[in-house]
Design a protein around this ligand. Sequence first.
Ligand code: TTP
Ligand code: MG
Ligand code: MG
Length: 433
Amino acid sequence: MERISSSFFVPRNEQGYDSMYKRIRLMPLYSFPHYKDLKPHIHNAEQKIFIHIDFDAFYAQVEQRDNPNLRGKPVSVGSTTGNKGIVMTASYEARAFGIETGTSLWEAKKLCPHLISLPCYGPKYEMIMINLMKGLRSFVPDEFIEQYSVDEYFVDITDFVRNFKEAKEFAQKIKDKIYELEDLTCSVGVSYNKSYAKMATKFEKPNGLTVITPLDREEKVYKLGVKKLWGIGPRIKRRLSLMNIFTIGDLANTDELILKKEFGINGIVFRKMARGEDSSGIFTRETHEKSLNHHHTLTNNIFDPSEVKNEIRKISEYLCRKMRDKKLVGGYLYFVIRYGNLRYASGDMHLPAYTNDDRVLYESALNIFRKFPQPNEHLPARMFGMTVFDLQKDTHSMNLELFGNRTPIPFYHLDKLKQKYGEGIVRIGLNAG
Ligand code: TTP
Ligand code: MG
Ligand code: MG
């Protein structure tokens, strides 16, 4: 793989920087897991292991790498138009003078008169990240990698290591690979949830590698100030301090209702993140698909219980197949029935676990259905519909584990058979009552 360096790019022109500068600055660098990503109904049901990677003084380090004269010197990257510019990042040598992201160039020059300020060159940094994505794919498949910002990645390594010791070794290998590919240092955090992994990255910057295990929680995390938590900026910190909440531990131990009253749903998110209960997974375009649904209106109304069940089964099978096709599992089910008199009955429930197993969806749908008026001669059924929400990436192992006491059925292989030989080729006995 080729290293990306300045020589790949057209000579710089001030006009270009300015538009790039605007573009980069407008890029949303920080967002934190949304409430709906936190699967609040699952309380650490499954232990995951995430790695978070973040380059050290990214833009500045790239410039120092490409120009040996800049190495070891205070360098800032940002807008350089006159004295009105702003520092987007500063090399660690410049940080020693108190220069940081957001410092005005005017102030930065005052703090460090021999500061070398350079313009930002976006396309080069982007190319580095694209190149790195390829490097990361040599460790884990695409679906386990999330590029989070201009210089950050999350990698879900749950399926590739057995414990935190192995996770640390894995992280070190990735770090070494990045250095080999791009000659750049990054810091890496390893933990059992994304928020803690991101926090861990900062612990030993630059060029660090930090692990936070569940056992480290009180010792390493709870005593830190709330601002170390992902998504908590100065304004929220101030509001928290008015509530006597200063450390992450304080936040973790504050009553959920109090936080909800002050911050709405975000209060619950902050608390969960503080407690290490952020259960968000790797974000990819696919997993962000909101829901999958299927409705079927019958040509002839039905009321015979076995016919009704058969309809529900067909929709369950179809939806599970759709999920498997997209390598997804669902966590929440909505079921609706419409009767001959055109009235509806509907209900919803959390599925017992994330699943794309035909049997589980069918049984769950029946559980909802049993609470409705049962179709009869005078009230036949006319339409059935199901929607699966809370879709997540299917990591096969998880699926099998959660149904440990059931016979695993090779649904993925059966789908292939059906695709090849037609729907009727196999039918599984879904023996729900
Ligand atoms: P960061 O990872 O926040 O910072 P950094 O890599 O420069 O330094 P650190 O060692 O602390 O991680 O941001 C990555 C790059 O994104 C940074 O080099 C410049 C750019 N950036 C902006 O353009 N605007 C911003 O507000 C921030 C924070 C960063
Ligand atoms: Mg960085
Ligand atoms: Mg970053």
